[in-house]
Write a protein that binds this ligand. Structure first.
Ligand code: DAT
Ligand code: MG
Length: 139
């Protein structure tokens, strides 16, 4: 059942490049409501846990080192059709293939450092939101 919530991270490349404000502006303009948000820096062990599903992939080491390399902004967002609409807003995984006007097209650095995360299913949105936020941190 659709929960109308998704989970996102503004990744270390976009934070380092000064794009937090612009990305949050795009998220708000697209009609998402912020349910929870924090500025944090995950450890390598936490990144490995978060991306466990990709553990067998050749890019797992690169991905988890990158995701723990500096601060991120994690957030739970709410909107009708949140998971699919947010994937549309962020664009393809590879910014070279992302549509014009998407967050990744505008702000991603490369395939590996692609500015934002967006959950791929309602089930994973719940798991990922629970990874970062307690019930008391949601409004
Ligand atoms: P997405 O973030 O679009 O859901 P994914 O879940 O397939 O993409 O992969 C998670 C992240 O891993 C992705 O945002 C960037 C990195 N990644 C994916 N494929 C990669 C590759 N071929 N080389 C390097 N990094 C990759
Ligand atoms: Mg994914």
């Amino acid at each position: 059942m659709a929960t109308n919530r998704t989970f996102t991270m503004i990744k270390p490349d976009a934070v380092r490049n000064g794009h937090i404000g612009n990305i949050l502006q795009m998220i708000n303009a697209a009609g998402f409501r912020i349910i929870a948000m924090k500025y944090t820096n995950i450890s390598l062990a936490q990144a490995k846990k978060f991306y466990e599903v990709h553990a067998a992939r050749p890019f797992y080491g690169e991905l988890t080192e990158f995701m723990s390399s500096g601060p991120i902004v994690a957030a739970i967002l709410e909107k009708d059709n949140a998971v699919a609409d947010f994937r549309t807003l962020i664009g393809a995984t590879n910014p070279a293939e992302a549509a014009e006007g998407t967050i990744r097209k505008r702000y991603a650095t490369s395939l590996g450092e692609n500015a934002v995360h967006g959950s791929d299913s309602d089930e994973n949105a719940v798991i990922e939101g629970d990874f970062f936020f307690s019930g008391l941190e949601r409004f």
